[in-house]
Design a protein around this ligand. Structure first.
Ligand code: ZN
Length: 132
């Protein structure tokens, strides 16, 4: 398991892209709207792992709710797994609470699922599996 990306909630995606382009000295290589989550994502390559900026596309967005409550900042850490269904079963057996029973379509051509932050010492954990 390795860290696939770190998700960062931002209130102004355009401004955040400029900031991270300067910070990382690298261009945003992909932008993608995830309709189901009312989120627009912007990705940066940082070696083995990526940075995923998350901006709300709607005031109903989970990202908007997150920012209203916590402000901007690190939203989740995503670990890449080979078999997301098997990992979810394993975590469920160990008593972790999952946000949703089944993986859903995420950005970057991946299946994603989330583990409740209260079970991970305050960190929202995403599991992701590349769809081939
Ligand atoms: Zn993510």
């Amino acid at each position: 398991m390795h860290i696939d990306h770190i998700g960062i909630a931002v209130s102004d995606l355009e401004a955040a892209i400029k900031t991270y382009e300067s910070l990382l000295d690298s261009e945003c290589y992909k932008r993608e709207v995830i309709e189901g989550q009312k989120v627009e994502t912007a990705f940066f390559n940082t070696g083995e792992s990526k940075v995923e900026l998350l901006g709300a596309t709607d005031h109903e967005s989970v990202i908007q709710k997150y920012i209203s409550k916590h402000g901007e900042g690190i939203h989740h850490v995503a670990f890449e797994v080979e078999d997301i269904h098997r990992e979810l079963e394993r975590l469920k057996e160990k008593g972790f609470r999952l946000l949703g029973e089944e993986p859903s379509e995420g950005a970057d051509n991946k299946l994603v699922a989330f583990v409740h932050p209260k079970d991970n010492h305050g960190v929202l954990v995403e599991l992701c599996q590349s769809k081939s």
